[in-house]
Design a protein around this ligand. Structure first.
Ligand SMILES: Nc1ncnc2c1ncn2[C@@H]1O[C@H](COP(=O)(O)OP(=O)(O)OP(=O)(O)O)[C@@H](O)[C@H]1O
Ligand SMILES: Nc1ncnc2c1ncn2[C@@H]1O[C@H](COP(=O)(O)OP(=O)(O)OP(=O)(O)O)[C@@H](O)[C@H]1O
Ligand SMILES: [Mg+2]
Ligand SMILES: [Mg+2]
Lengths: 171, 166, 166, 171
């Protein structure tokens, strides 16, 4: 299986809707400082990773909405979709294509101030259901397959117990 | 049971780590080791890396680039043992000199037959190994855009070409 | 007394930081600010950095390179206000793209008329601004040696040197 | 004033005695990974910085002795000297040249397992005397004039109180 398309909607510096088509193999992402490269890896973690915003350099989920740029009004929601080619059925869903979506919307009435919903092929899904699907396909973000900027040496610096934990997840 | 399974995993990843670290360090030696070899669930997992021509040293004494090489060998060893379909690596070559970054680029290219790699990098020695290339840019309005790039667009990514892309 | 003196220092460094950050970010805006403007000894010192064309954002949202630029502007502002005779900077360009690294190299060269700078770097865009250049090497026996280098020795540290080894 | 010479004796990867002559202005230090570049900045901190070894990637001072290389015996002492041109009398010593030296020697009888001595122009000096000299000349290592590998973004990440502390030292 592989990620065939990434769709970002008002996610961090990606205003409006941006679609990025991916191929199998080795894709490089280049560009000057501050253009949005790490925001792309944040968007993938936003869907596949832990639900909190801390790993995404945001103190709260609502900070992830496009802020309107220099003069515009901030967005009140954001959405990221990861569309996978699943012809090899690595994901336990009988579809050639599987789309994982996360949608966060401002909701001042709510205790946290927002809604956060997950969808699999358009149907609401709990975090637990998603985690089960992803971990069986070895797609969860906890196995060191997603390495954020500045984190590469963590493997060396982490405690022996934490390092053992990485391998326990494969056991 | 759990102990036996974990023990198998550790041995399996260790096998790969030894080989891969030896290759990346051009002759150095690395291995994984349990703090308590008699019981993998008692102690933690130690990682060792001894660069070529040097005496074994504590991990913290290694240079920034040497630590990154050991980390990358570990990640590739995890992939060899139990591959994930997707790897997203953000500036993992940040501490590597030109030669080590080139070797990582080559290994990423090799390993990308078995998995998809999305690699963010500022270094042309790494990016030149990519099969596909995207540029991320912003036009002065704070809105990111993704554009397709060809390798020659960034053949001098450390110099004038960046200004053209930006 | 102590409050007045600290207040003067903060204003002085802030002046320099505003100018230097604007230059390094090619038109962005930065400033220093007391958490408690009425009493510098009550709160801490905040640092603000807003890159060109963007809305003010929390510091943690800035990219790696943007954070480094703000840090470097702060260091140069400290130097402008109260210079040290010696600066030792180890890979401070690690997160910078080619253009930003070049600008830092140029600013280091400018500021080195007033202080001595010893700058460790892997990037030729930075090293090419140096007036003197040392190479540190090891022959496979674990013993470091320092050699004098000329700029052309590393003019293609990402290419020609690689070809020799690869 | 400026650093005119650095002398390393059995310090980390610098076996035997190495002398590095420096000039005023901008000196670049290049070389592949693991060759000893950061060890040079560690040697400067060893003399000018806090006495503990933690900032030098060593869990104890005796770890700083050259380890003998692949086959040799480890050294039992190390020494670093910083020789400054003081023609402008930035250091409150009436000499055109001032040499700061730190010498650490293995001493199994001692509680920490070593001696650590400081010298100014060959005369024993306490850490306090050195600190007074250095801070008056703005040469202490605590003002962010020495930035170690990986530390450049600390200014951004540190707490506001810690950042205020940097400026308090100039006050
Ligand atoms: N919610 C948001 N709305 C608009 N812009 C945002 C938002 N969150 C972050 N940004 C902006 O995104 C930029 C950072 O992008 P990112 O970290 O992806 O850069 P980068 O390309 O990885 O750069 P570097 O090479 O320096 O790491 C910052 O300038 C930040 O202000
Ligand atoms: N006491 C010691 N004796 C001998 N070698 C040592 C000692 N302490 C550290 N080293 C070696 O010094 C090397 C690290 O040197 P250093 O950190 O200066 O490299 P560097 O040139 O800065 O590399 P990088 O570009 O990766 O940062 C390590 O390989 C380490 O094993
Ligand atoms: Mg980034
Ligand atoms: Mg180093």
């Amino acid at each position: 299986m592989y990620l065939k398309k990434l769709r970002l909607h008002n996610f961090k510096s990606f205003a409006g809707t941006t679609e990025v088509p991916f191929s199998t193999g080795f894709t490089g992402v280049a560009g000057p400082n501050g253009m949005g490269k790490s925001n792309i890896s944040d968007s993938i973690l936003f869907v596949l990773g832990p639900p909190s915003s801390k790993a995404l350099r945001a103190d709260r989920l609502t900070r992830l909405f496009f802020d309107g740029g220099k003069t515009g009004k901030p967005a009140t929601e954001c959405e990221v979709s990861l569309i996978f080619d699943n012809t090899d059925r690595a994901l336990a869903i009988d579809m050639d294509e599987v789309e994982f979506t996360r949608y966060v919307k401002l909701a001042p009435g709510n205790p946290d101030g927002y809604y956060s919903y997950f969808y699999v092929n358009g149907r609401r899904s709990t975090q637990g259901e998603m985690d089960a699907l992803l971990s069986k396909a070895r797609l969860s973000a906890d196995g060191y397959n997603i390495v954020q900027q500045g984190e590469i040496n963590r493997i060396i610096v982490m405690s022996p117990l934490e390092r053992r934990g990485l391998l326990e997840r494969l056991a | 049971k759990k102990r036996v399974r974990l023990s198998e995993v550790i041995q399996g990843v260790d096998q790969g780590y030894r080989t891969i670290y030896a290759e990346l360090s051009a002759g150095g030696e690395g291995e994984l080791e349990m703090e308590d070899p008699s019981d993998p669930l008692k102690g933690g997992l130690l990682i060792r890396a001894r660069p070529l021509g040097k005496k074994a040293a504590r991990l913290e004494q290694l240079s920034g680039g040497e630590k990154s090489l050991a980390s990358l060998a570990f990640i590739f060893a995890l992939q060899r043992y139990d591959p994930s379909p997707l790897y997203v690596l953000d500036e993992v070559d940040m501490s590597l000199d030109g030669i080590n970054a080139e070797n990582i680029g080559r290994m990423l290219r090799r390993n990308s037959t078995k998995a998809q790699f999305i690699v963010i990098s500022l270094r042309k020695v790494t990016l030149k190994w990519a099969e596909h290339l995207f540029g991320v840019t912003m036009r002065g309005d704070g809105m990111s855009r993704v554009v397709g790039l060809r390798l020659d667009d960034i053949v001098d990514v450390d110099e004038r070409e960046l200004a053209k892309v930006a």
